[in-house]
Design a protein around this ligand. Structure first.
Ligand SMILES: [Zn+2]
Length: 286
């Protein structure tokens, strides 16, 4: 028996008891006439693209999909024509060829857009390294907020207050977070630059010297949040498989959509690392 793609989707929706799946698919196919071919190409490259966005080979671009969807203003999946149309609009906005297809040039623009929202990065571009805050501006985490693998237990007080509001919202809105107290615990907050330098020397963990020379954690506004971990890998493993695992979880996806409400912006390369930039950190189109 020959079954068309639409038939398969409907059959899957019925089998999985997801009556909305077929209509959701329709909702993301309003641009079908123009973008159907590019939708198929995106669906394939999502898993098969071989590239080196950060120096080591990665396959596919699912790790960066939540941030890309947020930025281009769609929750449609890559295999849909509406995703391709939204991506083409983003490409046009940044003077790229509006192909609607994911590629390295589009990724580089996304990376630049996100980096520019981090005042710390902009300071580093100007060759400045922000001073640590005075100790009186730092507050201690409560024990339930500290991850077992923590490096530090201090954060700037205003950032800590925003973090607490964000965690309360995540618990209210995400069952996965509500049911697992480890999720969104902090494993690194304020890090004293001198202690960081000493750690770099003794543990030989210099993170490419960035940590020793000038880490965003010296500001007291950067937090490393537990967003899950791949079995056998660390809470801050930059292994591509580790980062891909983290970004597929409900916790990270919620952060991408909502952390801006609480003043936090993401770092594309590290799903756990967020920086507080102030009360109005909305980023991306809604
Ligand atoms: Zn960090």
């Amino acid at each position: 028996m020959r079954v068309g793609m639409a038939g398969l989707i409907v059959a899957a929706a019925l089998a999985w008891g997801l009556p909305d799946a077929a209509s959701a698919q329709g909702r993301c196919e309003t641009q079908r006439g123009q973008w159907a071919d590019q939708a198929v190409a995106n669906a394939i490259s999502l898993y098969s693209l071989e590239w080196t966005p950060f120096g080591t080979t990665e396959w596919g671009w699912g790790t960066y999909l939540p941030l890309l969807q947020k930025e281009i203003g769609t929750d449609c999946e890559p295999g849909t024509s509406d995703f391709a149309a939204a991506l083409a609009a983003f490409q046009a906005r940044y003077a790229l060829p509006a192909t609607g297809g994911f590629d390295q040039a589009t990724f580089d623009v996304l990376k630049g857009v996100l980096q520019e929202r981090r005042p710390f990065v902009m300071a580093r571009v100007r060759d400045e390294c922000p001073d640590p805050p005075p100790l009186r501006e730092l507050g201690y985490l409560e024990a339930p907020e500290e991850h077992a693998d923590r490096l530090t237990r201090l954060l700037r007080r205003d950032v800590l207050a925003s973090y607490r509001r964000m965690v309360a919202a995540a618990r209210a809105e995400v069952p996965e977070v509500r049911n697992d107290p480890e999720l969104l615990q902090i494993f690194s907050g304020f890090r004293d630059p001198e202690a960081d330098a000493a750690r770099c020397a003794t543990e030989r963990n210099c993170d490419g010297l960035r940590r020793a020379v000038c880490s965003p954690h010296r500001t007291g506004t950067a937090v490393d949040l537990y967003v899950g971990q791949l079995l056998g890998m660390g809470v801050d493993s930059t292994n591509p498989a580790s980062r891909q695992f983290m970004t597929q979880g409900a916790t990270y996806r919620w952060l991408v959509r909502n952390a801006g409400r609480f003043g936090f912006v993401p770092y594309l390369y590290e799903p756990w690392h967020w920086e507080w930039v102030g009360a109005s950190a909305s980023y991306g189109t809604p």
